[in-house]
Write a protein that binds this ligand. Structure first.
Ligand code: SER
Length: 587
């Protein structure tokens, strides 16, 4: 079965079981400063897991574009990927454990036709925070998994949370027996020897973990599941690595044809990083020295380094990108639509990097020479940092080069120096990633409502030609781009500010109604009309002041917002102005 068929079968199956298919959110999260990339299917759904109503109902399914960078150094082996796709289904306070397990079992055994004998499952063993999960155990037994293939593990294995704080709960994981020999008498799903491979994770999200480590119950019991598309495709095809599936095979073959040096790890790094870069670029990411842009830069540079290492003619990179897009555009048609843009960004970054690479490699050779004469086999953090700062060497490249020389590196020291550097070069750059999800949610929710007030105030002061052109919220400020041909005057800025603050003082109720898009338009709601949430939309009304289409969440009363202050009004692009504004605590 091909990846595209697996995706279609999955979505179709859950549709038949009452789920609405929703589109994938971008791999670059919208209005969520707490993470650099979307790392799981549940992430864009956090407000709804916490109790916000989703316009499409309580049963949802989608494929989600995800990127995780924690294992970036491992890419090149036979399994780690940075970009991957997660298939998922959700119950937002609808079904819970039994029904979720029955559906997973049916999908695995009936639709994918995996023999029951090959399946093992794991359940939460229980501790002081939550009891042993006998409901899940019973549900698996009822489905047909015998006792000896049901395992109980503690929080390390059978509890899921994104990060340190947020919605969470016990989970149950499904494992496929690959048929490889057992590693010993104790071989079991948790041992990691490769005999058992995890294929699906169903999380029963009924708790919220707070910053202080305590748990409280959520308003509703949710189910959040995730199935890795690349991995399951590989297993269904009986392949050893994702690179052997149709997602990567054509590009791997092409690299083999073009290379002068044969190295499978390098080929994998090139194929993997190129796909990840394309997926970031297509969702709006651009290379830079901070945050998301820096990850993208690292991916492109490392890929380029390995092309160079295999002595592949870099003039062929455009061709390689084209092939890559052709290969996976059935999964992501947006790649084809933005083909030229993607190529341009990658090729430009490649050129920039090539200018510094040869200098850097010479410098690196000197460093190695010096260390060798000193009898050392570790590259210290300062040298790593110097290679980064002077030659634009991302840490992975130093790691790669070091490995080739039999050297190790002081990664932690580098990370420390790098962090200090970023903090200096962009004030507070790390700051916005601190603080938990709860705090993020409260503050960003307030900014979200403030954005609606600002939008309407601008229309009243400047005119109806004002439309939202972009919005971005962090825990420190809102940024709002809108159509307006000229610089705002001081008086206009003051007037807008006052108008927003008046609405805050009036403590207007914020209410939400669901309707179809046509009715929303007729009701006079403003906002982005593109079909982002499907046909059903939510319209948020703020007293008699504003009516806007939006996914939410919002505060319940404007009085919660504090004092609104515009910090900056500037040009964003031709015909588009940009406002940065903050909410200050009430005196
Ligand atoms: N959130 C869980 C995971 O990422 C299930 O979707 O595995």
């Amino acid at each position: 079965m091909k990846a595209i068929e697996l995706r279609e079968k999955y979505l179709q199956f859950f549709k038949e079981h009452g789920h609405k298919i929703i589109p994938s959110a971008p791999v670059i999260p919208e209005n969520d400063p707490s993470v650099l990339f979307t790392t799981a299917g549940m992430q864009p759904l956090v407000p709804y897991l916490l109790g916000e109503k989703h316009p499409e109902g309580t049963r949802l399914t989608d494929y989600q574009k995800c990127l995780r960078t924690n294992d970036i150094d491992e890419v090149g082996d036979n399994r780690h990927l940075t970009y991957f796709e997660m298939l998922g289904n959700w119950s937002l306070g609808d079904y819970f454990k039994e029904e979720s397990i029955a559906m997973s079992f049916e999908f695995l055994t009936k639709v994918l036709q995996i023999p029951v004998e090959k399946l093992s499952v794991t359940c939460f063993a229980g501790d002081e925070d939550a009891p042993r999960d006998m409901v899940t155990y019973e549900a698996w037994k009822k489905a047909g998994i015998p006792d000896e293939r049901i395992y109980f593990y503690g929080k390390e294995d059978n509890w899921w949370i994104a990060g340190e704080e947020g919605p969470c709960g016990a989970d149950t994981e499904m494992f496929l027996d690959t048929g490889k020999p057992a590693c010993g008498p104790d071989c079991q799903p948790s041992c990691g020897c490769g005999k058992y491979v995890e294929i699906w994770n169903n999380v029963f999200m009924e708790f919220y973990k707070h910053k202080d480590g305590t748990y409280t119950k959520l308003k509703q019991k949710n189910v959040d599941t995730g199935l890795g598309l690349e991995r399951v495709t590989m297993l269904l095809q009986g392949k050893e690595t994702p690179y052997d599936t149709e997602i990567f095979a054509p590009i791997m073959k092409k690299l083999e044809e073009l290379e002068k040096i044969d190295d499978i790890a390098s080929r994998r790094i090139i194929a993997e990083h190129l796909r990840a870069s394309m997926m970031i670029i297509v969702d709006g990411g651009r290379p830079s020295n901070v945050d998301r842009g820096y990850i993208l830069r690292r991916l492109i540079r490392r890929m380029t380094r390995h092309l160079n290492k295999l002595q592949i003619d870099l003039a062929k990179l455009g061709e390689i990108i084209d092939l890559n897009i052709d290969t996976i555009q059935n999964l992501y048609p947006e790649l084809h639509e933005k083909r030229e843009e993607i190529k341009q960004v990658i090729l430009e970054e490649k050129d920039k990097f090539m200018k510094t690479l040869s200098h850097g490699e010479k410098e690196f050779a000197k460093v190695i020479q010096r260390l060798k004469t000193e009898g050392k086999n570790v590259i210290d953090g300062e040298t790593m940092f110097k290679l980064y700062e002077t030659y634009g060497f991302p840490p992975e490249i130093t790691v790669d080069l070091a490995k080739e020389e039999g050297f190790s590196v002081e990664k932690e020291k580098f990370a420390k120096l790098f962090k200090e550097h970023q903090e200096k070069s962009r004030m507070g750059s790390e700051q916005k990633f601190k603080g938990g999800l709860a705090e993020q949610n409260e503050v960003t929710t307030a900014y979200h409502t403030a954005t609606h007030l600002l939008h309407q105030a601008l229309r009243q002061v400047l005119g109806e030609h004002v439309h939202q052109n972009g919005s971005n919220i962090t825990t420190e400020r809102l940024r709002f781009d809108f159509t307006h041909p000229e610089k705002m005057t001081k008086e206009q800025i003051k007037e807008v500010e006052n108008l927003v603050n008046e609405q805050i003082k009036r403590d207007l109720p914020v209410t939400c109604e669901e309707m179809n898009l046509e009715d929303a338009k007729k009701s006079g709601a403003i906002g982005l009309f593109e079909n982002k949430y499907g046909d059903r939309v939510k319209v948020y009304t703020i007293g008699d002041f504003s009516k806007e289409i939006c996914g939410g969440p919002h505060v319940t009363h404007t009085g919660e917002l504090g004092i609104f202050k515009i910090k900056k009004e500037e040009s964003s692009s031709a015909g588009v102005r940009r406002i940065k504004a903050v909410l200050l605590p009430k005196e």
